[in-house]
Ligand binder design. Structure first.
Ligand code: AMP
Length: 502
């Protein structure tokens, strides 16, 4: 079934708010139905057929979100692109995905037009940061009724390119079933209803903002306040109008620095969730002490949607990502052999369920290599499941450091460093080393005024860690490099320190 039919079926009342802007403008569900019909009609007139890709690189606006829904209605495949991508990067995505239509910011029209012409794309339309452009102009004159194109569960609804920190970015294909099943599960698990108003400050070119937030709220018939981007002042100003917020860890560390964040300011809130990157246990604890809210941390990825979540009612354990979601199988296996490991052992996290994607766009070999014969997807994350069933993430398999033949999990060292007085956070990486293959290297952010030295950190760690795990160097920086989803870019740190050991 077309995900849009499911969304349409949950509209509690057409006059109910669907999206509100920070300035107070309200788009109702009736407006959404009319405008997505016009946009879907415009897509079809531009030559978009069922199964065609619609590539979109535009700023976050309600119109952009409506374009996602219109693409579903037209039976086409929505392909959002990070607004930071350059023309050279777009050339790869457009060449790989072969969209029927590209929608871009007017400022990029000329550059993308050239790529589109060279790549045989039939149409290019524009949408700007105010939601205006050739696409909305064309849609304004279209009829407000549209017969939604029927789709099966297995048909593609979207392709999201992974951020690709190693090798080429891969297009994760997501079916209508993948998206609808996960959104239904999250709606129930996190108790979203038509009374919810989600403060939406995430980007919508990524699974978190687009699907976890967008689809879950729509399947509950709820509303969203759309912030163009995260801004702590704006979040605090709009919080009184919201019931819930989904964020990446950096949202919470920034809010903790905001003087307005008090128990009273959050008293009316129902839920704060975090994901896309690890939430420091310290952040969880500080937020709870300050606001009375235990941030609910969950774990997922572009390819799988959400896999695990801390409970709504039960204990939300800091530093864990909670239990496997209903209908999702999670197991820990030996990364080499695929042998399932005993409870408590650390290994590769593998998942199976209706949430898991069918594969990478036009990469059958890569797809095959990342699935086990029994259908489990090899996430590339390393973790364990504790005696109570809570999943712990230890890191990414590719971040594993092999030094002098020993395996070192960076998370273990990072946790020890983070616990030292004066430390804000740390990232531990392996850098090429002439003797050891890789040298364990710690990059540390200190609190203002902390007088920590390389020697002092190593001396502290010596008392806690086996010798082979000790950092050979400790470097101090003001901030760790992060992408827009708050993930620490270890590849950047590795590149910066490629010659540290000569
Ligand atoms: P993306 O496909 O951009 O959503 O990235 C997915 C990756 O983010 C996962 O494979 C994990 O490595 C990481 N991730 C997501 N949620 C969490 C979390 N709660 N804690 C730690 N890592 C996470």
């Amino acid at each position: 079934m077309n995900l849009f039919s499911l969304i349409r079926g949950r509209i509690a009342s057409p006059q109910k708010a669907f999206i509100r802007t920070p300035a107070g403008a309200v788009l109702t569900y009736a407006d959404m139905l009319a405008r997505t019909a016009q946009l879907a009609d415009t897509l079809v007139r531009a030559g978009v057929q069922p199964g065609d890709r619609v590539a979109v690189q535009v700023e976050k606006t309600p119109e952009n979100f409506l374009l996602y829904l219109a693409t579903l209605r037209a039976g086409a495949v929505y392909l959002p692109l990070n607004t930071a991508y350059t023309l050279a990067e777009l050339d790869y995505f457009i060449g790989d995905a072969e969209p029927a239509l590209v929608v871009c910011d007017p400022a990029k029209r000329a550059g993308i037009g050239e790529i589109a012409a060279r790549r045989g794309v039939r149409a290019v339309e524009t949408l700007d940061a105010a939601g205006r452009g050739s696409l909305s102009e064309a849609a304004a004159g279209a009829p407000a009724g549209f017969a939604d194109v029927a789709r099966t569960h297995e048909d593609l609804a979207a392709i999201l390119y992974t951020s690709g920190t190693t090798g080429r970015s891969k297009g994760a294909m997501l079916t209508h079933r993948n998206l609808s099943s996960n959104a239904e599960t999250l709606r129930e698990y996190w108790r979203f209803t038509a009374n919810d108003v989600l403060l939406h400050a995430l980007p919508i070119y990524h699974t978190h903002g687009l699907f976890v937030a967008g689809n879950t709220v729509m399947l509950a018939g709820g509303a969203m306040i759309f912030l163009p981007k995260f801004d702590a002042d704006e979040v605090m100003r709009l919080l009184p109008q919201a019931t819930s917020m989904m964020g990446v860890p950096t949202f919470y560390t920034r809010l903790l620095r905001h003087p307005g964040l008090t128990r009273q300011a959050c008293a009316h809130m129902r839920l704060f969730t975090s994901g896309s990157a690890p939430l420091l246990a310290e952040t969880h604890t500080e937020f709870r002490e300050k606001t009375g809210h235990a941030i609910l941390e969950r774990y997922g990825m572009t390819e799988t949607n959400m896999n695990t979540s801390n409970p709504y009612d039960g204990e939300r354990v800091a530093g864990t990502v909670g239990f496997a979601l209903p209908g999702v199988d999670v197991r820990i296996a030996d990364p080499e052999t695929g042998r399932v490991l005993a409870q408590g052992e650390v290994g590769g996290i593998e998942v199976r369920g209706p949430n898991v994607f069918p594969g990478y766009w036009r990469m059958p070999e890569k797809t095959k290599a990342e699935f086990r014969a029994d259908g489990f997807f090899i996430t590339g994350d390393v973790g364990k499941i504790d005696a109570r069933g809570y999943v712990h993430i230890v890191g990414r398999a590719k971040d594993l450091i092999i030094t002098g033949g020993f395996n070192v999990y960076p998370k273990e060292i990072e946790s020890e460093i983070d616990a030292l007085p004066g430390v804000v956070e740390s990232a531990v990486i392996g850098c090429p080393h002439p003797d050891f293959g890789e040298g364990v290297t710690a990059v540390v952010v200190c609190k203002p005024g902390a007088a920590l030295s390389e020697k002092a950190v190593i001396a502290e760690l010596e008392r806690r860690l086996a010798r082979f795990k000790l950092p050979k160097r400790v470097l101090f920086v003001d901030d760790l490099p992060r992408n827009t989803m708050g993930k620490v870019q270890k590849n950047v740190l590795r590149e910066q320190n490629a010659r540290l050991y000569g």
